[in-house]
Write a protein that binds this ligand. Sequence first.
Ligand SMILES: Cc1ncc(COP(=O)(O)O)c(C=O)c1O
Length: 397
Amino acid sequence: MEPELPTIFSAKRTSFVRSSVIREILKLTVENSDLLSFAGGLPNPHLLSKDVLSSVMESVVRENRNIALQYGDSSGYLPLRNQITKGLTDVPWISSDSITITHGSQQGLDILGKMFMDSDTNVLLEDPVYLGALQAFSPYHPQFFTVPMETDGPNLFWLEEILSQNKIHIFYANPSYQNPSTYTWSVEKRKQIASLLDEKEIILIEDEAYRYLDFEGNVYPSVSSFRKRRDLTFVLGSFSKILSPGFRLGWTVVPDVYRSLFTAIKQGNDLNSNQFSQVVVSKLLEVLDWNEHLRSIQIFYSEKKETLVSLLKEYLPEAKFSDPEGGMFLWVEYPKVSPKELMKQCLASGVAMVPGSEFSPANKSSSQFRMNFSFLGKEEMEVGVKRIAKVYRDINT
Ligand SMILES: Cc1ncc(COP(=O)(O)O)c(C=O)c1O
């Protein structure tokens, strides 16, 4: 008798789980060292001084071992929450009690999905949208709506249409140097949308992962800072792009009424965020000249962006994109080719980028690709762009 095949038992929600092509490509990059990847969103690890980091870690081990090697407060290490309150958010009404330190801002997305989303929750997203948010929200199978984006933010005509025709409960938005488009909402749109959300009583989840990555050193006021309904306003921040994703630390500004629920869900996830990382990051914030540190990151990324822009202009003038004000990506349209074919041939030729369909809830086909410029060196970028140009021309002839 044939042995019975084991059946996989899993909860219904797992049928809505989305995988990430980006993580698959990252895996390929590790397996194949010749693959040049514009696909990831990897910050450059050399932007944090080795010497400063070593001396901070040593002092944490010598002086703060009892705290750093212990379980901690589920809301996060208080000195770090105070530092975030003072210097890393512009939401005027908050105190350190409003901040919960999360395991990356990604955990904040996961907790908010668990907290608010069911199959009858209407969630508005930007189109395109950050893939990690789709991954966090999709298991709860909410109804997704999307608003078309312009280079200075959502198309207001469509936004008003959507809000007037549907009861939207939540708007998830990434208004500064958005991943993947790097579009950045104008201050005027931020104000108008904040008041529209107040009027319609909509929860805003504002993702500020790239807040400090402006090439000129500007910082946009958050949409949340213009809102009156602070009880409906969540703001996510991250240390990944300004220190290192290796710490896996971010934070969520949580309104008073939701605080104990948010903390209880987090406790079910991980009890508390990595305590060792929190103490190290808190010390780093004390010893680094913060403005100088941020400026060096911004200048570094700005130069990298210039390199990719000029390479594309030189080797692939057919590629269309708008020049971003900050962030880590170019959102590039490759006209007149099948995106699937381009992706397949590029991978076969040893170069990767992320197809735009990944950033759409319904995997809508798109002629856009997301290209990261923060990680590859100049020569690698040149070889990579030449490979893409060759593939593009071969397909088109
Ligand atoms: C828009 C956006 N939000 C959130 C995250 C998650 O960041 P982390 O969990 O590293 O803080 C990312 C990561 O790339 C992102 O691009």
